[in-house]
Design a protein around this ligand. Structure first.
Ligand SMILES: [Zn+2]
Length: 407
């Protein structure tokens, strides 16, 4: 925020809006005391102090005494109060729900995971509600009254609806309404990879990035485009649906109904399909044992085998990276990001895939744009998507805390 942006506005903000701005200024470390808040936001000392006192009463801010050396009174610094409120986020991936509880600073306090029996939407919804109701009972502080939920597919965030999740064959699932009716608490829905991207932007490798692209690779592929911490949704929540970029007009049919989408070449499902076909043709591989043991292969299994030097696994990752690397190159050329983070259940495994993707992206991107970007692997771990859900709750902490305290 520009200095004195508030004071220069011809339209003064309401008290509630000033409260939001003050909380954001402390959270983003634009200011750290009553005096610097007043100075940065163009508020009187009395107004700044009144708003800070309200935020302290709501347990959103706390004061810390800073001892100064020598003479003079100790300084009083302001910071988010991480001791009281807790946010709960959830995410569905690899056939399981994962849950996280965080404090106001997004530090993970507790996690839980629940396996979902099958891929039917009813099982998916039931286990979400059961998991949330168990998980919220053990919350270590006061619960901000909302749940942030990361799900696969194209999501209408306003309606809390999965419009379609093609790799799972799902359409029109009203997730938020289902949760809200049963748990009597607000449910905020987001695509799981958009959520993970938000978590990376707030708490992970994307913290310092102005223009961040997060690419999640799991059973499907989708991305988050984040500019200065704000997620770009597009006009109908479709920004980031890179799994359905057309790679080959006459390629294999995708579950979305089009041909030759990125998804059919580079998703975990596609990698597993490639390996299975090669095994059926008699190719030697460590993955033959996995196949015999589990009756199926996942993209994650292929990454693990690649790490052991298995040549079929390495070839399959190389092949998948050709199309995905090309897509990443095009994204870099058109959006000129300073960071691309590769994540999701497959992208976050430390495997040769990230190196292959870098090579392909460099081969096809415009050198000017490529020289400005860092391509990194996600390091926030497997709770990143659920942490993204918690980010949605934390974004509303002021209104949610005020609702509980009725202030
Ligand atoms: Zn498609």
């Amino acid at each position: 925020m520009k200095e004195n942006a508030v004071a220069q506005s011809p339209f003064p903000l309401s008290e509630g809006e000033y409260t939001t701005v003050v909380l954001k200024a402390i959270e983003n470390r634009v200011a750290e005391s009553r005096a610097s808040l007043a100075r940065h936001l163009g508020l009187s000392r009395t107004t700044a102090s009144t708003i800070v006192s309200r935020l302290i009463r709501l347990n959103l801010l706390k004061e810390k005494n800073l001892l100064r050396e020598g003479r003079g009174r100790p300084g009083i610094l302001l910071d988010l109060d991480e001791s009281v409120w807790r946010a709960v986020g959830a995410e569905y991936h690899s056939g399981s729900w994962s849950f996280v509880e965080t404090d106001l600073k997004g530090s993970i306090v507790r996690t839980m995971s629940v396996k979902v029996a099958d891929r039917a939407p009813d099982s998916f919804l039931n286990s979400l509600v059961q998991g949330l109701s168990i998980f919220k009972k053990e919350v270590s502080g006061e619960l901000l009254p909302a749940f942030g939920i990361g799900v696969p597919g194209l999501v209408d965030c306003d309606r809390g609806l999965i419009i379609r999740a093609d790799d799972l064959g799902w359409q029109n699932i009203l997730v938020s309404e289902y949760v809200e009716k049963r748990l009597k608490s607000k449910a905020l829905l987001i695509n799981r990879n958009r959520g993970a991207g938000l978590a990376e932007a707030r708490f992970g490798g994307g913290r310092a990035a102005h223009q961040l692209v997060y690419i999640g690779i799991g059973t499907g592929i989708s991305a988050a485009f984040i500019i200065d911490g704000a997620l770009i949704h597009g006009s109908s929540f479709g920004t980031g649906e890179i799994g359905h970029i057309t790679i080959n007009k006459t390629g294999p049919l995708c579950a979305c109904g089009k041909r030759g989408c990125l998804h059919v070449y580079s998703s975990g499902t596609a990698i597993a399909r490639m390996v299975t076909a090669a095994l059926n043709e008699g190719r030697e591989s460590l993955l033959r044992f996995t196949m015999e043991e589990q009756q199926s292969i996942s993209g994650e299994d292929v990454c693990m085998a690649a790490n052991e030097g298995d040549s079929l696994a390495l070839d399959s990752l190389r092949e998948a990276s050709r199309q995905l690397g090309l897509a990443i190159a095009n994204i870099i050329t058109i959006s000129n990001p300073d960071k691309v983070i590769i994540g999701g259940p497959i992208g976050s495994i430390d495997s040769p895939l990230i190196g292959y993707l870098r090579e392909e992206a460099e081969r096809w991107a415009m050198p000017h744009a490529f020289s400005a970007v860092k391509i990194e692997r996600s390091t926030l771990g497997e709770s990143v998507g659920a942490l993204g859900g918690a980010c949605l709750v934390l974004d509303h902490k002021l209104s949610l805390a005020a609702k509980v305290r009725k202030k």
